[in-house]
Write a protein that binds this ligand. Structure first.
Ligand code: AMP
Ligand code: ZN
Length: 469
């Protein structure tokens, strides 16, 4: 068995991973707020955890890992979209419109993450299904002296938890100085945060001891993780932007509600994704969703490969060049493993790399090495450990066989056109190749062709049809 080592944000050290119960290793990843399509950055924590889960299952057994990722379906943006649909003339109730919006978003999320080869978690709790547990936890925190009610709100009293700020390594006073905190007259301390807040009549709400209202965001994850994994579990993660305040607040709530339990042992945070060196943002015009990329013909497997090529604790830069390089590599590997059965186990060097704080770039270097030695069976077994070259994944690359036939036929048509001095037609075929991403070189031995990174099978098929081949 290989010792897994992970960098724990809580201790700021790379540590040996020792599960609480090796027969049931438990992880929680903060999931999406389901108001719209996932953007490319949202895919990063999903792929990091997917890799971690695959590694843990390899080490501890398929049935010895429980992976939970929630859906946040209590949110102002979801409400706003539902209200917009009502205003636009829908005769459904606000609740029905909210359900409609979250259902469609969850459907998109599943389709998009499936396309990246990410395994579905064992549990995908929706916040709205756990409001009872959130109310109970909030009441318990009041009873234990860690929260108080004020004007229909319930607030967590950060001064009642001496460890507050430990995850981010900052004191409460530093945080107040640095953070944009919502000042409200009813807060005892500006850092106190909402566990429960009132709902107006035109918004969804639940009955509670403090009147009709809805839960704050942070209590959702504390309540759902406790319900599905228990108050003490192994690994909790998300993007580094969640470290403060979201994770800090989750720790405060969970540790105060279950003082003997300790909450998550390891905190794992991925750094952020950028695009072509810039923060992804709508105003810079470089914002796109996973679906935008898939629709542009970038295979999910290529997105996955590019994401895994940068260590999760480093900022990663998505570039068009990286996507093209990844596509060329995967195309070659798919060719190499066609019709081959995988070896019985992945290369030990690959597991070593992954066990060293999920060094996926190191793991990919092992794949290059196997491919270089033409060890197709080893390559296949090892790539699958990374969620690459999975059965059914390479359809985009398999188009090559069909493409080869079309290209050969078009080259024959071009030769015939030249011989018939129909240069217009010969040139049209040449231009069509370029537009479809097929590179043709005329050599003394005849034409040689290769598929460029931007190869477009549909255009090639059109070209083949136009020229009657
Ligand atoms: P959200 O729906 O905004 O709460 O985000 C869902 C997940 O995506 C969280 O784990 C975030 O930390 C993560 N995330 C959001 N933006 C990025 C980004 N640009 N790069 C990496 N992770 C991100
Ligand atoms: Zn969370």
């Amino acid at each position: 068995m290989t010792q897994i080592r992970l960098t724990n944000t809580r201790t700021r050290r790379k540590e040996d991973f020792v599960p609480i119960d090796p027969a049931n290793v438990r992880l929680y990843l903060c999931g999406p707020t389901v108001y719209d399509r996932a953007h490319l950055g949202n895919a990063r924590p999903v792929l990091v955890f997917d890799l971690l889960v695959r590694l843990l299952r390899h080490e501890y057994g398929d049935r010895a890992v429980t992976y939970v990722r929630n859906f946040t379906d209590v949110d102002d943006k979801i409400n706003a979209e539902a209200q917009r649909r009502r205003a636009a003339g829908s005769d459904l109730s606000l609740e029905a419109l909210i359900a409609e919006r979250t259902e469609e978003t969850i459907g998109w999320y599943h389709a998009d993450m499936d396309a990246l080869g990410a395994l579905r978690p064992d549990h995908e709790p929706r916040a709205t299904a756990y409001v009872g547990q959130m109310v109970a936890m909030t009441a318990d925190l009041i009873a234990k002296g860690h929260a108080y009610e004020a004007e229909g709100h319930v607030l967590f009293d950060v001064r009642s938890f001496p460890d507050y700020g430990q995850l981010s390594g900052r004191s409460v006073d530093d945080m107040i100085a640095g953070a944009r905190v919502e000042v409200a007259p009813f807060k005892r301390d500006p850092m106190d945060f909402v566990l429960w807040k009132p709902s107006s009549d035109d918004l969804p709400g639940w009955d509670s001891p403090w009147g009709r209202g809805r839960p704050g965001w942070h209590i959702e994850c504390s309540a759902m993780s406790a319900a599905l994994l228990g108050p003490h579990f192994d690994i909790h993660g998300g993007g580094i932007d969640l470290q403060f305040p979201h994770h800090e607040n989750e720790i405060a709530q969970s540790c105060c509600a279950h003082p003997q339990a300790g909450f998550a042992n390891v905190w794992l945070h991925n750094e952020m994704l950028q695009v072509e060196g810039k923060k992804m943002s709508k105003s810079l015009g470089n914002f796109f969703t996973v679906r935008d990329l898939l629709d542009r013909g970038v295979p999910g497997e290529v997105i996955r490969f590019v994401m895994l090529s940068t260590h999760y604790r480093k900022p990663m830069d998505w570039t068009e060049t990286k996507a093209q390089e990844a596509e060329a590599v995967l195309r070659r590997w798919h060719g190499l493993v066609a019709g081959i059965e995988p070896a019985t186990s992945p290369a030990p060097a690959l597991i070593e790399a992954l066990a060293d704080d999920l060094n996926a770039a190191g793991a990919i270097a092992v794949l290059h090495d196997l491919a270089g030695r033409e060890d197709a069976a080893g390559l296949l077994a090892s790539a699958r450990m990374l969620g690459l070259l999975l059965p059914g994944m390479g359809e985009w690359a398999q188009a090559d066989g069909e493409a080869a036939g079309q290209i050969e036929a078009l080259l024959a048509a071009r030769l015939a056109a030249r011989q018939a001095r129909d240069f217009g037609r010969a040139d049209a075929i040449r231009d069509g190749f370029a537009a479809a991403g097929v590179e043709v070189k005329d050599t003394a031995q005849g034409p040689e062709w290769s598929l460029a990174a931007g190869f477009n099978p549909a255009r090639l098929a059109d070209l083949a049809r136009t020229h009657g081949t």
